[in-house]
Design a protein around this ligand. Structure first.
Ligand SMILES: Nc1ncnc2c1ncn2[C@@H]1O[C@H](COP(=O)(O)OP(=O)(O)OP(=O)(O)O)[C@@H](O)[C@H]1O
Length: 416
């Protein structure tokens, strides 16, 4: 059986397996650059005011009372997840000192988006089977039964539960918000209290909520602005110890920060660029990270992010994006109407011998790409009684989008 015995003495160099590399001359602690890594509070930059507002909303939990519900909006990489988790963990420590138990569940609604899967996941995260004497099974229960388990878990395992719903706009059904917020009032739970933090990139998410939930789910709202290049620089400086001393050349951090600030000040992108630059340097056998590595890393970071969004899309959606990419490259404007894109799209479907969809269906596919943040779509009125026109633009530069699209064999054949 394989063992993971950290007490084994390291093998002498001559006995080491040559398949592996035993020294890392670039990174000292690469984990500091993992996106999910929660930095110590003193490494958090430029969010004092926002942390205070989150703390104010959660504060009643210290006395075992119900916190205010909170929605946090902001573009990607503006620290929404970090600040929610950090402040909740601080709250846990402080409440514990006061003899109050606070537990929290972090749910990525991009992965768990049905009502049942959210309730199940919250119950699983908070359950202590030694106290409740049951487990929360992966399958086999109806939604109502998962709720029943959750109510028991809450009253048995904690005084206050904070439920963090990341990418809340991906929820298929927001009924779960209403049930969680009403649980105490409706006597589903007796002693426990619940606070919900909903996180989203979409500031207009409340418009998308069902009327019933919108009116019954009272909450505070906070908006996180993008960082400026100086703040991004400071965020990266605070993680310099991910690298060995002297590995980062003088310009590495300022350049990574400036490149990440170009679109909107995105800390996720800044950190990804720095980590990828370190990996590139390592791969080519350099023990310093130079400007050139940072520039290559920027490309890689953008391609990776986009690939994550586009790779799962159907071929028809990729062909539409290809059409928009070509229009952007061949014109001196960046925004195109649904009609213009449809025209370019049918030329491409002809070229690769693919049945073209109806114009109406392509408008729906464009809407999905807008939702995924691959393109930005706006609607413009054509004048009285004339309806609306959709206008669309790519959110990344066309060469990056093209690079990702050409990973699909069917589209690759179109390029010389
Ligand atoms: N103010 C900050 N100080 C230090 N690190 C930060 C700060 N803001 C964000 N980061 C880091 O940047 C990365 C992205 O942050 P986070 O995941 O919180 O962003 P987000 O707004 O939730 O983005 P997304 O919408 O893409 O999930 C994380 O590794 C986080 O630790």
């Amino acid at each position: 059986m394989p063992t993971n015995d950290a007490h084994l003495d390291p093998a002498p160099p001559e006995e080491r397996n040559t398949l592996f590399d035993y020294t890392d001359t670039v990174f000292d602690d690469e984990d500091l650059l993992e996106i999910g890594h929660l930095p110590d509070p003193e490494r958090i930059v430029g969010r004092d005011e926002h942390m205070q507002k989150v703390a104010d909303a959660l504060n009643p939990a210290i006395f075992g009372s119900a916190p205010s519900h909170l929605f946090i909006f902001g573009k990607t990489g503006t620290g929404k997840t970090l600040i929610s988790r950090s402040v909740t963990e601080m709250l846990q420590t402080e409440a514990d000192r006061e003899g109050v138990t606070v537990q929290y569940a972090f749910i990525d609604c991009g992965e768990k988006n049905t009502e049942a899967s959210v309730v199940k996941r919250v119950a699983q995260s908070l359950n202590d089977p030694e106290r409740t004497e049951f487990t929360v099974p992966e399958r086999g229960l109806a939604t109502g039964d998962y709720y029943e388990r959750l109510w028991t878990v809450l009253d048995t395992c904690t005084d206050v539960a904070i439920v963090i719903l990341d990418e809340i706009d991906m929820l298929e059904d927001d009924e779960v918000l209403r049930k969680l917020s009403r649980a105490s009032e409706n006597r589903r739970i007796n002693s426990a209290r619940i606070g919900v933090i909903g996180i989203s990139n979409k500031i207009d998410y409340p418009d998308q909520m069902s009327e019933r939930v919108k009116s019954s789910f009272s909450r505070d709202e906070l908006v996180f602005p993008p960082y400026d290049a100086n703040q991004l620089g400071e965020i990266l400086e605070n993680r310099r110890d991910a690298f060995h001393d002297g590995v980062l050349t003088e310009d590495a951090i300022p350049l990574a920060a400036a490149l990440a600030a170009q679109e909107h000040g995105d800390a996720r992108k800044a950190i990804d660029i720095l980590r990828n630059a370190g990996r590139i340097a390592k791969r080519v056998g350099h023990d310093t990270v130079t400007e050139d590595h940072i520039r290559q890393a920027k490309q890689k970071t953008e391609v990776d992010r986009l690939a994550e969004l586009i790779d799962g899309s159907p071929l028809q959606a990729k062909v539409l994006l290809y059409a928009l990419t070509k229009l952007t490259t061949n014109n001196d404007r960046v925004e195109f109407t649904s009609r213009e894109i449809y025209h370019a799209y049918t030329q491409t479907t002809n070229a690769i011998d693919l049945d073209a969809l109806s114009e109406r269906r392509t408008r729906e596919l464009l809407q999905e790409q807008d939702f995924l943040n691959v393109i930005d779509s706006t609607k413009e009125s054509r004048g009285r009684g004339e309806g609306v026109t959709g206008k669309h633009r790519l959110l990344e530069s066309p060469d990056i989008v093209l690079k990702v699209l050409l990973r699909d064999d069917r589209l690759e054949q179109l390029e010389p």
